[in-house]
Write a protein that binds this ligand. Structure first.
Ligand code: FES
Ligand SMILES: [Fe+2]
Length: 385
């Protein structure tokens, strides 16, 4: 822990953040951006984005902490496919398609811990790597080469506290090439030793970019979160940096940092800052004084629908029941901010961006993170260099 704090990324940003606070401003993009509404509502364009961004790029299957122990597993829907994410007895993480090779039933639901996944239909069993290990009434399948009947594996690698996979079973996952210098930045936080507090799944009737936008600015905090977490943040004030020309970091000062900027307090990176990271295209990390909120945003096949998994991680596991209760209680306001505040707002954006008669959305110079999401989508489609 001391190590993590000593190399806290906020130390690199403290002078820039102080300057922004004193000047009541934020890092700015060079110009405003106009985003045609078809970027949010064209099904044809959506399918090209899925291919160019989501099927061919490493995605975050899960934070390592969500399946911390041998046998732990979780399931998720990604691009309308069910994924089973498991850790085997040796500690290796696997991502497989959650469909039985007998007659297709889904093997697992939710999350849990098991040495063997038993299909609920006829009881075929698979190990965490997806290998077929048992068939009731095996004489009916004497001709079956079991080595060909395992669950379909997706290329998977675990690094920096996350399990990364690529949705193409025949592809390969080169996470270092994808992250570039962003890998070292993620590595500063020691996410692989964090502890899972809680997980929430959402489905929003809005495009994936609309959903991701909400986690790339603090401009909306006084309005959407004004009666909850908003007062804790110095809104519309953040440093902005790109990594590997693709992923980004926002350095957002929290309200107690104002005293430091005015010379009245020592800088405390944990309690004074929230660093937000976007790993293009599907992962947002919001570092908080308690730990990190992991926000995984993936489209469905429908241009106007998004799935969001919100996992709260604490910096370390609790050592007593009381600490566990405190961690859970402290996670509630952040969970509610998405469930009760961002979610309903994003649903109205989904309507406005598909039903509105205006020609484009207008992204301000003060929203460089939002602009970057659109730039990366346009770059993936070959529209900009
Ligand atoms: S569908 Fe899975 S055992 Fe039959
Ligand atoms: Fe929000």
């Amino acid at each position: 822990m001391a190590d993590q704090l000593a190399r806290h990324a906020a130390f690199d940003l403290v002078d820039r953040m102080n300057e922004l606070i004193r000047s009541s401003t934020t890092d700015m993009a060079p110009s405003m951006m106009r985003v045609p509404l078809e970027h949010y509502n064209s099904q044809e364009r959506h399918e090209r984005e899925l291919q160019a961004m989501f099927r061919t790029t490493p995605l975050c299957a899960a934070p390592s902490a969500s399946i911390a122990h041998p046998g732990d597993y979780t399931t998720r829907e990604v691009l309308d496919r069910s994924l089973l994410i498991s850790r085997d007895a040796e500690g290796e993480a696997h991502v497989v398609l959650n469909y039985c090779t007998h007659r297709g039933a889904m093997i697992a639901n939710g999350d849990g811990c098991t040495k063997r996944h038993a299909c609920p239909y006829h009881g075929w069993t698979f190990d965490p790597a997806g290998t077929l290990v048992g068939i009731p009434g095996a004489e009916g399948f004497a001709e079956l080469d079991r080595s060909t009947a395992g669950l379909v594996k997706l290329p998977t690698v675990e690094a920096y506290g996350f399990i990364w996979c690529i949705l193409d079973p025949n592809g390969s996952v080169d996470i270092e090439a994808d992250l570039g210098e962003f890998g070292a930045e993620l590595g500063r936080w020691g996410y692989d030793s964090f502890w899972k507090v809680a997980v929430y799944d959402h489905v929003f009737p809005a495009n994936w970019k609309t959903t991701m936008e909400a986690f790339s600015e603090t401009y909306h905090f006084p309005y959407v979160h004004g009666a909850s977490i908003g007062p804790g943040v110095i809104a519309n004030t953040a440093t902005f940096d790109l990594f590997a020309s693709r992923h980004h970091r926002l350095g957002a000062p929290l309200t107690p940092m104002r005293a430091h900027a005015e010379g009245d307090a020592e800088f405390d990176p944990v309690w004074h800052t929230s660093l937000l990271y976007w790993k293009c295209p599907d992962l947002m990390l919001a570092n908080t004084p308690m730990g990190v909120e992991v926000v995984q945003v993936t489209p469905t096949l429908d241009v106007g629908q998004t799935r969001l998994r919100h996992t709260m991680l604490a910096r370390s596991a609790p050592t007593t029941d009381e600490e566990r209760e405190i961690a859970l209680a402290m996670s509630v306001p952040a969970a509610n901010a998405i469930t009760l505040e961002d979610g309903p707002t994003l649903s109205t954006c989904g309507r406005g961006l598909s039903e509105g008669d205006h020609s484009h959305a207008t992204i301000g110079r003060n929203e460089p993170g939002v602009q970057n999401i659109h730039e990366q989508a346009q770059r993936a489609l070959g529209e900009i260099a």
